[in-house]
Design a protein around this ligand. Structure first.
Ligand SMILES: Nc1ncnc2c1ncn2[C@@H]1O[C@H](COP(=O)(O)OP(=O)(O)OP(=O)(O)O)[C@@H](O)[C@H]1O
Ligand SMILES: [Mg+2]
Length: 268
């Protein structure tokens, strides 16, 4: 897999819950790290699912992304290595982060706390994935201000496109006022069930609407993907031969190749 010339900071966002944001952030990060990229995952969801999926300790008392956002602790001090995956680090989220949405309101430069923290990171990464919560609050805004690219996972089901306008509006607002470099670079179809005609219809809709932003790779609904987190693993390591793993590998490959063709400008 080609490595990008500059760090690609990708915000994985969709305010709809349970569409595969965390699964996508974790599995793409592992796939890219296993192929020689230096990757950081920032868990920006108080649920801490990305931390769980990467088996990174995130109980109360563990320094986490909350400390970086609210108390200006450097990201490097809270980032943990991911066991078994060289070149992969994770900034965990503990339940403390649940308070941040409110506490950030009165903090100076509240929308750009995460961008500043990433810019101050002394190491260099090929990729930074930010796993967003299912809301459009200040945490997601921080991720949109910190990123150059937005990756939107879309679940292949009936209401898939509902609510997306709201996300796109927010992205446009952030681009106008806070982060001109921001673009929706990647759409990934998740939990595709090829036995249903509906999944096919949703795929066509999404491809018509978003054109070549939509990756050719589609992630099927695959039980191995949903089992992996309970073993503190990505599906890439839990069952590398499964269709879930090979699809996430293909998606990672496409993302890497697209980045090599059109180098993404660095804004941080
Ligand atoms: N391709 C897949 N096949 C089967 N199950 C999947 C697949 N992708 C995700 N899942 C399962 O669907 C559920 C939701 O996925 P995930 O947690 O990644 O979504 P999310 O968008 O991050 O959710 P939230 O909005 O709560 O953060 C999880 O239980 C996950 O294991
Ligand atoms: Mg999630």
């Amino acid at each position: 897999m080609p490595r990008p010339e500059r760090t690609r900071i990708m915000c994985v966002a969709n305010q709809k819950g349970g569409v595969g944001k965390t699964t996508t952030a974790v599995n793409l990060a592992v796939a890219l790290a296993l192929h020689g990229n230096r990757v950081l995952v920032i868990d920006l969801d108080p649920q801490g699912n990305a931390s769980t999926g990467l088996d990174v300790p995130h109980h109360t008392g563990i320094p986490d992304v909350y400390d970086c956002l609210i108390n200006s602790v450097p990201l490097a001090e809270v980032a943990q290595t991911v066991e078994g995956i060289p070149n992969l680090w994770c900034v965990p989220a503990t339940i403390d982060l649940a308070g941040a949405e409110i506490e950030l309101v009165s903090v100076v430069a509240r929308e750009s706390r995460l961008a500043r923290a990433i810019a101050a990171y002394p190491g260099t990464f090929d990729y930074v994935f930010i796993d967003c919560p299912p809301s459009l609050g200040l945490l997601t805004v921080n991720a949109l201000v910190a990123a150059q690219e937005v990756l939107i996972p879309i679940q292949c089901e009936y209401y898939a496109l509902e609510g997306l306008n709201q996300l796109i509006n927010n992205i446009n607002l952030v681009r106008q006022h806070l982060n001109p470099a921001l673009e929706v670079s990647t759409i990934l179809l998740t939990m595709y069930d090829r036995r249903t005609r509906l999944a096919d219809a949703v795929e066509q809709d999404v491809r018509n609407h978003f054109g070549d932003k939509v990756l050719q790779a589609v992630i099927p609904r695959n039980v191995r993907v949903s089992e992996a987190p309970s073993y503190g693993q990505s599906v890439m390591t839990y069952d590398p031969g499964s269709r879930g793993a090979t699809s996430y590998f293909e998606a990672a490959q496409e993302i890497a190749e697209r980045g090599a063709k059109e180098p993404v400008s660095r804004h941080a």
